[in-house]
Ligand binder design. Structure first.
Ligand SMILES: Cc1ncc(COP(=O)(O)O)c(C=O)c1O
Length: 492
């Protein structure tokens, strides 16, 4: 192989690392736009995709520098303090380095012998995460002997996959025959109307009709009420259904508010119903002393999912499903593949039996690298900071005359609306126009969401460099765009 060798790797890395460090540096300094979009076909030309794919040549002349320049310039600049958009992590550089190492050595996480180092890291990271939930009862996370008193877990490529895996485990617990006989038709799931759509997809994949999701009543902020859960359970039973699982949001995607886990866990434990906590975003509160109370009662649940690529700063993808009872994890999948599940003189352990995916990346190494650089306290401080600064931004925005926030944030997700619009204007449609114009300008990146039937502007404060000054700048930009929309609208 002419290029696939150690010398080329070294030469490439020098150029790539220089371009990337320059990129991180100007992004963090708020240089250039956070998002510089151009039409997709123009971007394909700018990237010179056609010629490069046909003829190669990336390593000749200035081709690599030209490619990287265009590629990075037209990326979403997550390190930019004006990146206040989705729940996707501003990646820690340690995670990036772990990605690189994995890319070079490519040890998949399925069977121990294909990547002992990565497998050991995955197991220790599972133990560390279980410990945060209260399902690992020893001090030493590197004690990898099987102890039935501990919980168990496995990394998955994303929270959607983790939700599906947890629900398959819940189904195996209530209806183990489903594996050979198909899903029984009397199973239902209970949750709130603001569930993440991955739950709906998981149900469809599992052959459950959408009307087997029983919606529990929520309060004025879309938070599940205990009474709503009790009523939904009673409704299911009156209809001759068995409740396969109750799902709580910790926190919801749109508002970042937490369902009352402890109250609902008490009901589920009393009724012997599987409780699943969708902590894709908000399980991170477990790390923060000031915010841990939001997850109170999580140890009474049966399963939890948690995305590292949201609040634990890893690049995509890196998620986990955790179980209180290790036997539940073991019962999830019952399929055998003779080329892997054969009797052997085992050194180590195989993870393949517990995840839907056969081949997986060594994603736990990304979390490990961040912890190994920052320490537990460093990661905890990041979460605490993001949650605390969002409350400051809430105060700042809600005290500004032409903006309002519908609820006090609990996490780093904040919804708000611009209010200085005429009665005749559709309030929600106006927010959407504001958001679209703002994103097209490219100086700020925020999102929108539906809350109680109206579109709201939405911030997810993922970047620890975003300050009150940046938020004031954002409000000014919104006002400027609002004036321009108002002056261009036909007068009624
Ligand atoms: C509450 C919740 N659950 C699940 C998911 C799905 O996670 P992923 O995007 O990693 O598949 C998300 C994603 O935003 C989420 O907010």
């Amino acid at each position: 192989m002419k290029y696939n060798n150690a010398e080329t790797l070294e030469e490439l890395l020098k150029k790539v690392s220089s371009a990337l460090s320059e990129y991180v540096s100007y992004s963090q300094a708020g240089g250039a736009k956070v998002l510089d979009q151009m039409p997709a076909s123009s971007l394909a030309k700018d990237l010179n995709v056609n010629e490069l794919v046909k003829d190669g040549g990336l390593l000749q002349g200035e081709a690599l520098q030209n490619f990287l320049q265009s590629y990075l310039a037209h990326s979403q600049h997550m390190h930019h303090p004006h990146y206040i958009g989705h729940q996707v992590a501003v990646p820690h550089i340690g995670s990036g380095v772990a990605d690189l190492i994995h890319g070079v050595i490519n040890n998949p996480m399925a069977i121990y012998e294909m990547g002992p180092s990565g497998a050991v890291i995955e197991k220790t990271m599972i133990n560390w995460l279980l410990k945060q939930v209260g399902w690992y009862h020893a001090d030493d996370i590197s004690d990898l002997g099987h102890d039935p008193h501990h919980g168990a877990g496995v990394f998955t490529h994303g929270g959607s996959m983790a939700n599906l895996t947890a629900l398959l485990a819940a189904r195996a617990a209530i209806a183990p025959e489903a594996w050979t006989e198909g899903a029984p038709s009397d199973l239902v799931i209970i949750g709130s109307s603001v569930w993440h759509y991955s739950i709906s997809r998981a149900m469809s994949i599992m052959g459950m009709p959408q009307d087997s999701f029983y919606t529990a009543d929520v309060d004025q902020n879309d938070v599940i009420t205990a009474a709503g859960i009790e009523q939904a359970i009673a409704r299911a039973r009156t209809n001759g259904k068995r409740v396969m699982a109750v799902i709580v949001n910790a926190c919801t995607t749109s508002t970042g508010l937490y369902d009352p886990i402890e109250e609902i866990a008490t009901i589920c434990n009393r009724e012997s119903i599987w409780l699943h906590v969708d902590g894709a975003h908000g399980a991170a509160a477990l790390l923060s002393e000031a915010d841990r109370h939001l997850m109170k009662g999580v140890e009474m649940a049966d399963s939890v999912i948690w995305d590292m690529h949201k609040m634990l700063r890893t690049s995509t993808l890196c998620a986990v499903v955790l179980y209180k009872n290790a036997e539940h994890m073991a019962a999830t999948f019952q399929q055998k593949g003779s080329y892997i599940f054969h009797e052997k003189e085992a050194v180590g352990f195989d993870l393949i039996s517990y995840s839907l995916e056969c081949t997986k990346s060594a994603m736990a190494t990304k979390l490990f690298w961040i912890l190994a650089i920052e320490g537990e306290q460093g990661l905890a401080d990041y979460v605490s900071h993001q949650y605390a600064i969002t409350k400051e931004f809430y105060k700042l925005i809600s005290e500004t005359a032409d903006f309002t926030c519908p609820y006090t944030p609990e996490s780093n997700i904040l919804c708000f609306v611009y209010t200085d619009i005429s009665e005749e204007q559709d309030k929600g449609a106006f927010q959407l126009r504001l958001r679209n114009a703002l994103v097209n300008e490219g100086h700020y990146y925020i999102t929108s969401c539906d809350f109680r039937g109206t579109t709201h502007l939405r911030l997810t404060v993922m970047n620890d460099l975003t300050s009150g000054q940046h938020i004031l700048g954002l409000l000014d930009a919104i006002r400027r765009i609002a004036e321009s929309i108002k002056s261009s609208s036909p007068k009624s």
